[in-house]
Design a protein around this ligand. Structure first.
Ligand SMILES: CC(C)(COP(=O)(O)OP(=O)(O)OC[C@H]1O[C@@H](n2cnc3c(N)ncnc32)[C@H](O)[C@@H]1OP(=O)(O)O)[C@@H](O)C(=O)NCCC(=O)NCCS
Length: 399
């Protein structure tokens, strides 16, 4: 465990979701298909509103339509972004990765932290959760405008689209990016709902949780998590998947045989790279978040060549990864599918995909951060050892 990235160590309390290796993620005990059915939807829409899963994670209860609409309105009321954020973004080189921009933008907002101010003013520790909640609400409320600004300054002409307070959180997000079709809004609702949380041990959740345990405020804590999400083995994999799919298409074309695809997958492995979108630290089956995105694609874009390619790769990649003899989970994860849906609706800028993941993940990790402050969770301080200590205790270990 000490040499293997702490796999399998049960080491923290994390209430908002729990991951089962075979069944996948459950949010407060409820699986994705159940939530897709039971969480409130937008009028005329079929996908759940992310405000609903946020409510569920914070309270343990499925909200009513009225409760979700109240939460949407509350987020819209808090959505104004301070000017310092735009100044900070403008000071960055235009080619700064969108995740770097997100990190900087949130840091530019940190001076407004109500948690940090309350702590400095001597707040009693039993009230910490209230200040963490206030900051979390402010951050989540502002994320659509912040992320949309990053999108439009990096990939479009830099003009910003004004918020529409009558829309739900995810629909307004799509609107501010400049994507206004109902179909994109539905995709954003689904996307923002399924990426929120994946129990506590993944890099983004754990980093947020760890930094928060030092009573760093929610801005500082979330940025720690997002910087972890920006790693290619974690959240950046969604960007890598689209690039790899494009590369696959370029090399073998749209009508590749299984043999040609198999050869291409082997070529990826032999070049010393991973196959992005496959494998997992905990899951041992196909990720239900992959499956629900596939269902969405079957309904909305069944003939898209990229979607067909994803389906064909599903028939090939697990066999190849199994044949390597070392990959513990050869099945696809959430990232294997998300980019294909986004590109279909014109969001083709792969480097932006992790920002979308991050906006959703913020909802999960900040909900847990609020709960952790409420439960008085202590500062984390696990034990480490040196390899010399291991040798002294157990003798020399052969590599
Ligand atoms: C997610 C991931 C980091 C989990 O890592 P892990 O828990 O160490 O996975 P395993 O225990 O199965 O790894 C054992 C070996 O298989 C390799 N492996 C795992 N998944 C692989 C993949 N998709 N492609 C190629 N090799 C892979 C690992 O790199 C490791 O090789 P090594 O012993 O030479 O270092 C890994 O599966 C991966 O890199 N996947 C691709 C990136 C990705 O999709 N990330 C998003 C995750 S949601």
């Amino acid at each position: 465990m000490v040499a293997g990235g702490m796999r399998g160590i049960t080491a923290m309390l994390y209430e908002t979701s729990l991951l089962d290796a075979e069944e996948g993620i459950r949010f407060r005990g409820r699986a994705i298909p159940e939530l897709r059915e039971k969480l409130p939807k937008a009028r005329g829409g079929e996908e759940p509103l992310p405000e609903g899963i946020m409510w569920l994670m914070l309270t343990g209860e499925i909200p009513s339509e009225a409760q979700v609409r109240t939460l949407s309105a509350e987020l819209a009321a808090r959505a104004e972004v301070p000017k310092a954020v735009f100044d900070a973004l403008d000071a960055l080189p235009k080619n700064a990765h969108p995740m770097t921009q997100l990190s900087v933008a949130l840091m530019a907002m940190q001076p407004e932290s109500k948690f940090a101010k309350a702590y400095q003013d001597g707040a009693h520790k039993t009230t910490f959760w209230e200040h963490a909640f206030e900051d979390s609400m402010d951050i989540i409320a502002r994320l659509p405008a912040v992320c949309a600004a990053i999108y439009r300054r990096t990939f479009k002409d830099g003009t910003l689209v004004a918020a529409d307070a009558s829309l739900d959180w995810a629909a307004n997000f799509a609107h501010m990016m400049g994507h206004d079709s109902e179909a994109v809004k539905e995709l954003m609702r689904l996307y923002m709902t399924i990426h929120v949380d994946h129990e506590g041990g993944n890099v983004s959740a754990h980093a947020t949780h760890l930094v928060g345990s030092a009573l760093s405020d929610p801005y500082l804590s979330l940025v720690a998590g997002l910087n972890g999400l920006a790693g290619p083995l974690h959240g950046l994999a969604n960007q890598e998947v689209l690039k790899w799919l494009n590369e696959t298409r370029e090399k073998v074309g749209d009508n590749a045989t299984k043999e040609e695809l198999t050869e291409f997958v082997w070529a990826t492995l032999k070049s010393g790279r991973v196959v992005p979108g496959y494998g997992h630290g905990v899951l041992r089956k196909t990720d239900p978040r992959y499956t629900c995105q596939r269902e969405f694609a079957l309904k909305h874009l069944p003939d898209d060549p990229m979607f067909k390619l994803v389906g064909k790769l599903f028939e090939v990649v697990p066999g190849v990864l199994t044949e390597t003899g070392k990959v513990k989970n050869p099945w696809p994860n959430v990232d294997a599918h998300s980019g294909v849906l986004l590109q279909y609706y014109g969001i083709t800028e792969a480097n932006f995909y992790t920002v979308l993941f991050g906006a959703s993940r913020a909802i999960g990790v900040l909900s847990q951060l609020t709960l952790s402050r409420g439960s008085g969770y202590p500062i984390e301080r696990p034990k480490s050892v040196t390899s010399q200590w291991i040798e002294e205790k157990f003798g020399k270990v052969e590599a």
